[in-house]
Design a protein around this ligand. Structure first.
Ligand code: AMP
Length: 290
C-alpha cells in the first residue's frame, strides 16, 4: 500500500493510473477509522481496480474549535486497517498545503439542501465539506467516490455539487453500518464512556420507534419527533440539536410524513455530537426497544 502526503505525489500516483487505464475509486475520511469506513472501502473495491483512501481532519468544516481539537486521531491503526481492507493507497494531506497562507476560495451549495438540519446547527459546515471534497477530487481525479448514507445530508450536498460543477466523478452512497446495539458507527463514538453510550442508544431507539409508529399509521411529523424526544430527553446530559421529518423529494421539511421522508436527528450526549436518521419506509434499525 502506498502512503502519500504531498499533493504532488498524490497527483503523480493518479496520473500514472489514468495513463495505464486503471480505474480508481476514492474514499475520503477524517480517520479514526471503523467498520463503517471500511465498508466504503469494500464497496469501492467492487467499483474500481484500485482504491485510494484519504485521511484528513478538515479544519474548515468545524464551526467549533473544541470539537476540532477533540476529534480522535489514530493514524497508525488507520493505516493498518486500510492495508488490511485492500486499499492501494492512503493519502494524508497536511493543512499547510491544503490551506496555505492567503487561501481564500470556498465552494458553497445553496438552497434547500443547506438551509436545514446540520447546515443550521453547524454554520459553515457544508461550505467546508464542499471546499475540501472539491480539492480532494481535483487532486485524486477518481472515476468514482464512495460516501456513507450515515451522513445523508452531506452525501446529497456532495452529489449535487459534483453534478453542478461537472466534476466528472461518479458519486456512490453506501448504507449505514451500525453496531449490534443499533448505534450508527462514528469516529465520535470513541469519545463515549459506557454510561454515555447507554444514553446515546436513545437515538437509534427513538428513530426506530418513530419508524414503527409511522408504519402503524402515524403520519403527523410532530408526533414522530415527539417519540424521538421522549427516548432522549429523559436522560441527563442529553440535548437535542435538531429532529425533523424531511422529504427526499425537494429536501423540504414535511408536516405530514410519507414514504419519501426520512426522520433525521442530531443530539449531544454529554457534549459529544451524534447524528443519525431513518428512512420511514426503510428497513428496521436493530434496537432493543421492547
Ligand atoms: P468521516 O470520517 O466521519 O468524515 O466519514 C468518512 C466517510 O465515511 C463519510 O462518507 C461518512 O458518511 C462515512 N461513514 C461514517 N460512518 C459511517 C457508517 N457508520 N456507515 C457508513 N458510512 C459511514
Amino acid at each position: 500500500m502506498d502512503e502519500l502526503t504531498s499533493i504532488a505525489d498524490m497527483r503523480t500516483w493518479s496520473r500514472e493510473r489514468l495513463k495505464a487505464g486503471t480505474r480508481v475509486a476514492f474514499v475520503p475520511t477524517m480517520g479514526a477509522l471503523h467498520q463503517g469506513h471500511l465498508s466504503l472501502v469494500e464497496k469501492a473495491r467492487t467499483l474500481a481496480d484500485e482504491v485510494v483512501v484519504s485521511i484528513y481532519v478538515n479544519p474548515t468544516q468545524f464551526d467549533n474549535p473544541e470539537d476540532l481539537a477533540k476529534y480522535p486521531k489514530t493514524l497508525e491503526a488507520d493505516l493498518e486497517l486500510c492495508r488490511a481492507a485492500g486499499a492501494a493507497a492512503v493519502w494524508t494531506p497536511d493543512s499547510a498545503e491544503m490551506y496555505p497562507d492567503g487561501y481564500c476560495t470556498f465552494v458553497e451549495v445553496v438552497g434547500p439542501l443547506t438551509d436545514k438540519l446540520c447546515a443550521v446547527a453547524r454554520p459553515g459546515h457544508f461550505r467546508g465539506v464542499c471546499t475540501v471534497v472539491t480539492k480532494l477530487l481535483a487532486v485524486v481525479r477518481p472515476d468514482v467516490a464512495v460516501f456513507g448514507q450515515k451522513d445523508l445530508q452531506q452525501a446529497l450536498v456532495i452529489s449535487r455539487m459534483n453534478g453542478d460543477l461537472n466534476l466528472g466523478t461518479e458519486i456512490v452512497v453506501a448504507p449505514t453500518v451500525r453496531d449490534p446495539d443499533g448505534l450508527a458507527m462514528s469516529s465520535r463514538n470513541k469519545r463515549l464512556t459506557p454510561a454515555m453510550r447507554a444514553k446515546a442508544l436513545g437515538l437509534p431507539r427513538g428513530l426506530e420507534l418513530a419508524r414503527r409508529a409511522y408504519r402503524a399509521g402515524q403520519i403527523t411529523s410532530l408526533k414522530l419527533i415527539e417519540i424521538v424526544a421522549e427516548e432522549l430527553l429523559v436522560e441527563e446530559g442529553v440535548d437535542m440539536d435538531y429532529c425533523d421529518v424531511v422529504s427526499l423529494k425537494g429536501f423540504a421539511e414535511a408536516e405530514h410524513a410519507d414514504d419519501a421522508c426520512v426522520l433525521a436527528a442530531a443530539v449531544f450526549v454529554d457534549g459529544v455530537r451524534l447524528i443519525d436518521h431513518v428512512p420511514l419506509a426503510g428497513a428496521a434499525i436493530p434496537v432493543k426497544a421492547d
